[in-house]
Design a protein around this ligand. Structure first.
Ligand code: TSB
Ligand code: ZN
Length: 600
C-alpha cells in the first residue's frame, strides 16, 4: 500500500497518547482493531442479545466472531455498517478502563457473554484491561485510537461461519469481515483492488478457461492439468529449455523418488524434514519423494571427472518434486504439494561465481520481458545470525556467500530489500518477487549460492595444478515451478494470454454449414504455420460462436462465409481490438506468425 503518511492518534491503555502512521503495519493494525470494536459496539446496539467472542485485526482488515443464534444476512451487514458510521460521527473518546476480575465477571454475566467469560478464565491479570467508548466496553489490551471519529470510511465485506476456538466440536459463530480507511478514496481504491483480484483469481479463471482442476478424489494440492493448461505449460517448457540450450545448460532426467540417505547427507533430513513426505519402506530400502532436485544433480556431477577447463557445468531439469505444505496455505496452482521446477545446478570454480550469478540475473530479466512481467523486486534472503541452528555450515561460508551476492548486485546496480532469516538452509539467495492480483508478494525466481552441499557430497574438480579442488554450486529457478508461474500468468494477464502463450490462438468460425470445408482448409493452412487453431463447426448462430470464443479469451476469431471462401480470405476479430476487417488468409497467417515469434 503506497500512500502519503497519515497520522492517526493512538492512546495506549496506560493513557499515554502517541501518534502512529496509517501507512505502517502497526498503524493499520491499531486502526483496524479499533474498527472491530466499533463494529462490536454497533452489533451490541442492534442485537442486544448478541454474544461477542473475539475481534482481531488481520492483514487486510479485521473481523469479529459473534453469536446471535443465526448467521448474519446481507441486510444485517448494511444496518451494522450504517450504525458504525453514526457511532464514528459521534466521535466518542476511546478510553482505557481497568476492571477488577470480579467486576469483569459481573459485567459479562449481565450480558450472558459466555465466550468472554471463557476468555477471562484464561487471563491471569487482575485488574483486567478494558476499553470503553460511549456505553460500550470490551476486554482488550489495546492500544486503540483516541476516538471513533478517526474512522472515516468503513466497509463490511463478508460474513461466514467460524467455530469458537476454531474447534468444530464447539459452538458455531458468525464472523463478519470488514475493512476501514482514513478517507473514502482509499476505501474505493481498496474495493477496486479486491474486485480486480477476484476477477483475476487464477482458481476461478483456471476453471473457466479449462487450465486445471483440483480433485478431492485425487488429493489436496496436486492439481490436474487439462489439455488447454497442458498446452500453455508445454509452451513455457519448450521456451525455457530452448533458451537454456542456447545458454550452455545440459538437460538430464532424474526420478522424483530417492533413497532417504541422499537427504541425510545433504542436510535436508535435518533441516527440511517438516516439509517432506514420510519415508516409504520397500525391500531393504527407505525411499522418500524428493523435496528438491539438488542431490540428484549432484550425483550426476559426481559421476564424471571434471577439469577446471570444463567448468561451469550447468545441469538442468524440469524436475518433479513434492513438499508437504500445510493444507491451510495450499492455493490453486500458486502453492501446491506436487510441482515441477525449472531447476538447474551450476557447478563452478569459486572465481566464476560472480559472473555466473550475473548471467543468471540477466537471463531472468530477459525471460520476464518475454512473459510480459514488468513489476518485480529483488529480495536478498540472508541467514538469521540469531538463529544459526536453522542453517547449516559455519560463519565463514555464510559471510562469503552473502558478500558474493551483494557484490554481484552492486555490479548490476540493482536495488533490493533484505529478508533476514529467509535463506535456504544451505545458503543465501536472491529471490525475485512479484505482486499477485491480491497485492501480496510471491517469489517466482531464485538464485542461491551454496558452499555447503559441495562439501557434504565431497565434490571436486581438477585444477590447473592437477590437484582436486572444491567447486561452488549455484541453485537457480528461472520460471519457478510451472505451477506457480502459470498461476501468476493467469492473474497477470487476467486469462488473456499474449498470442505466443495462448492455448488456443485462433478459432475459425464458419457462418453456415456450407462454410465448414473452407473453415477446415483455413485451419490446416494456419496449423502448417505452427499456429494453434480450432474450428467451431457446430450448427450455432455466428453471434453465439463469437461470444463463446470471446469468453475463452481466444486472441483471434476468423469469421468465414461465402465472400471469404470465394476470395480465400478471413474476416478477422481480435478479442480486445474488435473487428479488424478482412485479410487474405496468407496475410493473416504472416501477421499471426510474426506476433508469435516476437512474443508480443
Ligand atoms: C532452485 N534447490 C533449489 C533449486 O535448485 C530450490 O528448490 N529452491 S526453492 O526451495 O526456493 O524452490 C524454488 C522455487 O519453487 C521457489 O522460488 C518458488 O517459486 C517455487 N515453489 C516453492 N514452493 C512451491 C510450492 N509449494 N508450490 C509452487 N511453487 C513453489
Ligand atoms: Zn537446488
Amino acid at each position: 500500500m503506497s500512500m502519503a503518511a497519515q497520522e492517526i492518534r493512538i492512546r495506549l491503555s496506560d493513557g499515554e497518547a502517541r501518534t502512529l502512521d496509517f501507512g505502517t503495519p502497526e498503524g493499520r493494525e491499531v486502526y483496524w482493531h479499533s474498527t472491530s470494536h466499533l463494529m462490536a459496539q454497533a452489533v451490541r446496539e442492534l442485537f442486544p442479545e448478541a454474544k461477542l467472542a473475539i475481534g482481531p485485526p488481520i492483514e487486510d482488515g479485521f473481523y469479529y466472531d459473534i453469536d446471535i443464534g443465526r448467521p448474519f444476512a446481507p441486510e444485517d451487514l448494511q444496518w451494522i455498517e450504517k450504525r458504525m458510521k453514526d457511532l464514528a460521527r459521534r466521535n466518542l473518546p476511546i478510553e482505557p478502563l481497568a476492571l477488577s476480575r470480579a467486576e469483569a465477571r459481573a459485567l459479562f454475566e449481565r450480558h450472558g457473554d459466555k465466550y468472554k467469560l471463557e476468555l477471562l478464565d484464561g487471563i491471569p491479570d487482575d485488574p483486567i484491561s478494558f476499553y470503553r467508548q460511549g456505553e460500550f466496553v470490551d476486554m482488550c489490551r489495546g492500544p486503540h485510537l483516541g476516538n471513533t471519529g478517526q474512522i472515516k470510511a468503513v466497509k463490511l465485506l463478508s460474513t461466514g461461519g467460524a467455530y469458537w476456538r476454531g474447534d468444530e466440536n464447539r459452538e458455531q459463530l458468525a464472523r463478519i469481515y470488514g475493512v476501514s480507511f482514513p478517507d473514502e478514496q482509499q476505501l474505493a481504491d481498496h474495493i477496486h483492488m479486491l474486485e480486480e483480484a477476484k476477477r483475476r483469481d487464477h482458481r476461478k479463471l483456471g476453471r473457466e478457461l479449462e487450465i486445471f482442476i483440483q480433485s478431492e478424489d485425487a488429493g489436496q494440492g496436486i492439481p490436474l492439468w487439462l489439455p488447454r493448461g497442458a498446452t500453455l505449460r508445454r509452451t513455457l517448457e519448450r521456451y525455457i529449455v530452448d533458451l537454456e540450450l542456447q545458454l550452455g545448460y545440459e538437460h538430464v532426467y532424474t526420478p522424483p523418488l530417492a533413497n532417504v540417505d541422499l537427504y541425510k547427507i545433504s542436510g535436508h533430513w535435518d533441516h527440511y524434514r517438516d516439509n517432506m513426505y514420510p519415508v516409504m519402506k520397500i525391500d531393504n530400502e527407505e525411499l522418500v519423494l524428493r523435496p528438491m532436485n539438488c542431490p540428484h544433480h549432484i550425483m550426476i556431477y559426481k559421476h564424471g571427472q571434471h577439469s577446471y577447463r570444463d567448468l561451469p557445468v550447468r545441469i538442468a531439469e524440469l524436475g518433479l518434486m513434492h513438499r508437504y505444505e500445510r493444507s491451510g496455505v495450499l492455493t490453486g496452482l500458486a502453492r501446491v504439494r506436487g510441482m515441477v521446477l525449472n531447476d538447474a545446478h551450476i557447478f563452478c570454480i569459486p572465481d566464476q561465481i560472480k559472473a555466473e550469478f550475473i548471467t543468471v540475473v540477466e537471463m531472468i530479466q530477459r525471460v520476464y520481458r518475454d512473459l510480459g512481467i514488468t513489476e518485480y523486486i529483488y529480495t536478498l534472503s540472508r541467514r538469521d545470525p540469531a538463529n544459526k541452528e536453522k542453517f547449516a555450515g559455519d560463519d565463514a561460508i555464510w559471510e562469503n556467500a552473502e558478500a558474493l551476492i551483494v557484490d554481484a548486485l552492486r555490479d548490476l546496480g540493482l536495488a533490493y530489500r533484505e529478508d533476514v532469516g529467509g535463506a535456504a538452509f544451505y545458503g543465501p539467495k536472491l529471490d525475485i518477487d512479484v505482486k499477485s492480483a491480491a497485492g501480496k508478494y510471491e517469489t517466482l525466481s531464485t538464485i542461491q549460492v551454496d558452499f555447503l552441499l559441495p562439501e557434504r557430497f565431497d565434490l571436486a574438480y581438477i585444477g590447473e595444478d592437477n590437484k582436486p579442488h572444491r567447486p561452488v554450486m549455484i541453485h537457480r529457478g528461472v520460471i519457478s515451478t510451472l505451477e506457480r508461474m502459470t498461476a501468476f500468468l493467469i492473474e497477470l494477464h487476467a486469462g488473456a494470454f499474449p498470442l505466443w502463450l495462448a492455448p488456443e490462438q485462433v478459432r475459425v468460425l464458419p457462418i453456415a454449414d456450407r462454410h465448414v470445408d473452407y473453415a477446415r482448409a483455413v485451419a490446416a493452412a494456419l496449423k502448417a504455420r505452427d499456429l494453434r487453431v480450432h474450428v467451431d463447426d457446430r450448427n450455432e448462430k455466428i453471434g453465439k460462436k463469437i461470444r463463446e470464443a470471446q469468453l475463452m479469451k481466444t486472441p483471434y476469431m476468423l469469421v468465414v462465409g461465402d465472400k471469404e471462401a470465394e476470395t480465400r480470405s478471413v474476416a478477422v476479430r481480435h478479442r480486445s481490438d474488435g473487428d479488424l476487417g478482412a485479410l487474405p488468409l496468407d496475410a493473416f497467417a504472416d501477421r499471426a506468425a510474426a506476433e508469435v515469434s516476437a512474443r508480443r
